[in-house]
Design a protein around this ligand. Structure first.
Ligand SMILES: Cc1cc2nc3c(=O)[nH]c(=O)nc-3n(C[C@H](O)[C@H](O)[C@H](O)COP(=O)(O)OP(=O)(O)OC[C@H]3O[C@@H](n4cnc5c(N)ncnc54)[C@H](O)[C@@H]3O)c2cc1C
Length: 383
């Protein structure tokens, strides 16, 4: 039993594992993988279980769970390589933005369908000028009598094509933050086009691509503004990426441990070499430290200690995403030449771990967020 979960939470996690490993679900996953493309069947099955946004209240399509429980559900889906974990993560960024800045009317308009997973969402921030280059984002927003006209492009967005509602973050101006305002745009909006799918370094069948907005008209009700609210919720989205990395880092440990304890070496085993054993011990240490960061941050959120959660979430994103990469790098080296062959999962996972270092901002950006949380004004960010 996980030392971060109580008995009820552990029972929920066990039921997620049973769901993922049931013959019916396994058959569905295999069939879907053979066809390729967005995992609609897996998405629907997870939605029927209430997993997609289980932390939301029932009126918004969730199960009313706390964040510790929600993250443990998501982690279990990741551990079982359930096909739509990347899409769920992209979906949650959009949902959390709506939940945070929406008026009651706006939330009622979008959240019930999105929270239940009946509709799919995305959060599109990254601009061709650079995801972290906020001041040079190119989206133009022209106010009209009844709304806004948008022109511009958003790139490498998860669920770009399949999202029924696109959460498109506006251009931050006059010292505003990238998340201060955004628009919710339906898939069939006039002037909205989705480009080619981007191919990832390690293809995983996910939907990842570009959206071009040409004179897209957005009614007033679909523009969301932060106003005087705090932005501490962002950390709860970053942690979705950290959790995916944690699972990869744990896979690194398991592959390395399994191989080093089996592989013969001069009458003993590879793990008898202290340098190898220490590398593997370091993997376990990084995993446990990362797990502690995530589930402590989640508990902080559930207890209303949002500032502490926000700081720990960025620490988790920076630490775990790099730790997973280090674990998988070392695990691949421990496998020797075999680790470098195409069928060796460990080497492929190492390459796959890179993308999570970038998704929802690179780790160095999160180091900025951590320092800022101690009250330091980073002058290089204004240059
Ligand atoms: C798998 C995946 C899924 C993604 N999904 C989404 C999504 O759903 N929605 C979305 O909007 N975007 C998404 N992204 C894009 C991601 O958020 C961006 O890649 C990321 O924010 C960096 O932006 P960029 O790639 O334009 O790099 P740039 O902003 O050009 O930055 C390039 C590099 O500069 C360095 N750098 C930048 N800022 C700093 C800093 N403060 N300190 C030190 N170094 C710095 C970093 O090394 C960084 O990687 C996804 C990316 C990946 C890989």
């Amino acid at each position: 039993m996980s030392h971060f979960l109580n008995e009820d939470q552990q029972l929920i996690v066990n039921s997620v594992r049973e769901f993922c490993q049931s013959p019916t679900v396994q058959k569905m996953i295999q069939e879907e993988k053979a066809v390729g493309g967005f995992p609609h069947q897996s998405w629907k099955a997870a939605a029927e279980q209430g997993y997609i946004a289980a932390y939301l209240p029932e009126e918004y399509g969730g199960m009313g769970y706390d964040h510790v429980t929600y993250y443990s559900i998501f982690e279990e889906l990741c551990k079982n390589s359930y096909p739509c974990t990347g899409p769920i993560s992209g979906h949650i960024l959009g949902i959390k933005a709506i939940e945070a800045w929406g008026t009651d009317e706006q939330k009622k308009m979008f959240l019930p369908q999105l929270g239940s997973g009946e509709k799919i969402c995305c959060g599109a921030a990254t601009d061709p000028a650079g995801g972290t280059n906020f001041s040079e984002w190119g989206l133009t927003e022209e106010e009209t009598e009844d709304g806004w006209i948008l022109n511009g492009t958003k790139v490498i967005t998860t669920n770009a094509h399949n999202a029924d509602y696109k959460v498109v973050f506006g251009r931050p101006q006059n010292g505003a933050k990238w998340y201060d305002h955004f628009y919710v745009i339906p898939k069939d909006a006039k002037g909205l086009e989705t480009g080619e799918q981007e191919m990832k370094l390690v293809p995983d069948g996910s939907d990842w691509g570009t959206m071009v907005l040409k004179d897209v008209h957005v009614p007033k009700i679909c523009r969301f503004e932060r106003g005087d609210k705090d932005a501490l919720w962002l950390g709860t989205s970053y942690m979705m990426v950290a959790l995916q990395s944690l699972v990869l880092g744990e896979a690194g440990f398991m592959y390395a441990f399994g191989f080093a304890t089996q592989r013969s070496r001069r009458g003993g085993k590879l793990i008898d070499l202290q340098t190898v054993a220490h590398k593997i011990a370091d993997m376990a240490i990084r995993n446990e430290a990362g797990r502690g960061l995530i589930y402590t941050a989640a508990r902080m959120w559930d207890e209303g200690r949002k500032e502490e959660c926000s700081r720990l979430a960025s620490m988790a994103k920076a630490f775990i995403c790099e730790a997973a990469n280090k674990n998988l790098h070392d695990a691949t080296i421990i496998h020797g030449g075999i680790g470098n062959t195409m069928p060796a999962t460990v080497g492929v996972l190492w390459a796959a771990s890179l993308q999570l270092e970038l998704a929802e901002f690179p780790c160095d950006m999160h180091r900025d967020f951590v320092i800022e949380s101690y009250g330091v004004d980073l002058d290089w960010k204004t240059r």
